[in-house]
Design a protein around this ligand. Structure first.
Ligand SMILES: Cc1cc2nc3c(=O)[nH]c(=O)nc-3n(C[C@H](O)[C@H](O)[C@H](O)COP(=O)(O)OP(=O)(O)OC[C@H]3O[C@@H](n4cnc5c(N)ncnc54)[C@H](O)[C@@H]3O)c2cc1C
Length: 353
């Protein structure tokens, strides 16, 4: 295949630019989301080989850090909740180890003495999402694809029950057998499709801070998470501190309250955070769906494919998303763990003959 990627901004410049880059199927396992857990685990299992493949194709490192994750509780209520989280993970057969506060601090000396309980999740890693996006764009081009930035799609062109291309905002028509809609939180607004072929995607705002340690790397080795925040070391003395979860439409304003709350919670757990420099404060829009699960594979019209609705896991799910979309375009079945996430659960159309 020789794909053409069009993005109205810089590819990777929207939600992916804000993402913390956690690959966290076990830390984020939730009651009642068994199928999503299986998908997330399958994605995590693909990551090492996929990152190597991207790096080989791009000629640059894809930014994967196999660092593990530590979940921590800083008071009794949080500790009780963490005990329940541990029991749930063991019921699911997931790897997580209970740590006394002293054991947690042995692994991450920057943790506050106030930490009451830890949970070591050795298989949850992280990637620098910005680096990954840049590597993917380079890899696509080196493998014969094309990437056009600052190129907006005005509408999909539909002929009967088939999509046959897109019309760009500048007027140019691109004809193709397959169109993959991967427009993040804007995926529910694509013009040209009959309403019944659309999928329901909404923006879920998340505010984050990017911090830098002038002394270089070393404050934290692992991702550290509590109920209310996470700190993700990018490995170069930089950290992502996140994140709020807000239903505020397409609003991307950053607020004093969010910055205050995130820093206060982070400093309770890793006091050294207060020595870091603030490099960026930013908000992104997660592509959410009614069941908080992604929408992957062939759509309700011929030639239409979706790769969207990744909500909190778009970076984690990248390898399995790629495999699912490619299988759909080739007319092959998706990887088994992706089958429950077909667009048909939301969109189907009866097109008159
Ligand atoms: C604060 C925050 C933290 C997160 N942390 C994590 C994490 O730790 N791990 C994880 O796995 N996920 C995380 N996520 C989720 C993850 O960022 C998203 O699921 C993922 O980035 C979505 O990628 P996407 O390519 O679908 O969307 P985007 O990155 O938003 O890309 C969509 C692209 O479509 C383009 N576009 C839209 N409309 C058009 C049009 N008409 N024409 C042309 N181009 C168009 C946009 O310009 C944009 O570049 C986080 C998200 C947020 C907000």
């Amino acid at each position: 295949m020789r794909p053409l990627v069009v993005d109205r901004g810089a590819p990777g410049g929207a939600t992916t630019h804000v993402a913390a880059g956690m690959l966290a199927p076990v830390s984020e396992a939730a009651f009642g989301e068994r199928a999503l857990l299986e998908l997330n685990l399958a994605a995590a299992g693909r990551w090492r080989a996929w990152a190597d493949e991207v790096a080989a194709a791009a000629g640059v490192d894809a930014g994967l850090r196999e660092c593990g994750t530590l979940l921590v509780a800083r008071d009794r209520d949080q500790a009780e909740a963490l005990e329940r989280e541990l029991a749930f993970r063991h019921e699911c057969g997931l790897r997580a180890e209970r740590l006394l506060p002293s054991q947690a601090r042995d692994r991450e000396p920057a943790l506050s003495p106030a930490v009451r309980l830890g949970l070591d999740v050795p298989g949850d890693h992280a990637v620098d999402a910005r680096r990954l996006a840049a590597a993917l764009a380079t890899a696509a081009q080196r493998l014969g694809g094309r990437v056009r930035a600052d190129t907006e799609v005005a509408e999909l062109l539909v002929d009967g029950d088939c999509v046959r291309g897109v019309r760009l905002a500048a007027g140019e028509v691109v004809e193709t057998d397959a169109v993959v809609v991967a427009a993040g939180p804007w995926s529910g607004m694509v013009a040209g499709l009959p309403p019944a072929a659309q999928v329901p995607v909404r923006p879920v705002k998340g505010q984050t801070l990017r911090l830098r340690d002038p002394a270089g790397a070393g404050l934290l080795e692992r991702v550290v998470r509590s109920e209310e925040m996470y700190l993700v070391p990018l490995g170069n003395g930089r950290y992502v501190l996140g994140a709020t979860v807000e239903e505020r439409g397409f609003d991307t304003a950053v607020t004093a309250g969010a910055v205050h709350d995130l820093l206060r919670e982070a400093a309770e757990i890793v006091p050294g955070v207060l020595e870091l420099e603030v490099e960026e404060v930013l908000a992104g829009l997660r592509p959410g769906t009614p069941d908080n699960a992604p929408i992957l594979g062939p759509g309700a019209l011929g030639g239409l494919h979706w790769a969207t609705g990744h909500y909190r896991h778009g970076v984690l799910l990248a390898p399995v998303t790629g495999a699912t979309v490619v299988a759909g375009i080739l007319g092959e079945p998706p990887p088994p763990e992706a089958a429950p996430f077909a667009p048909a659960r939301f969109a189907s159309v009866e097109v008159p003959a």
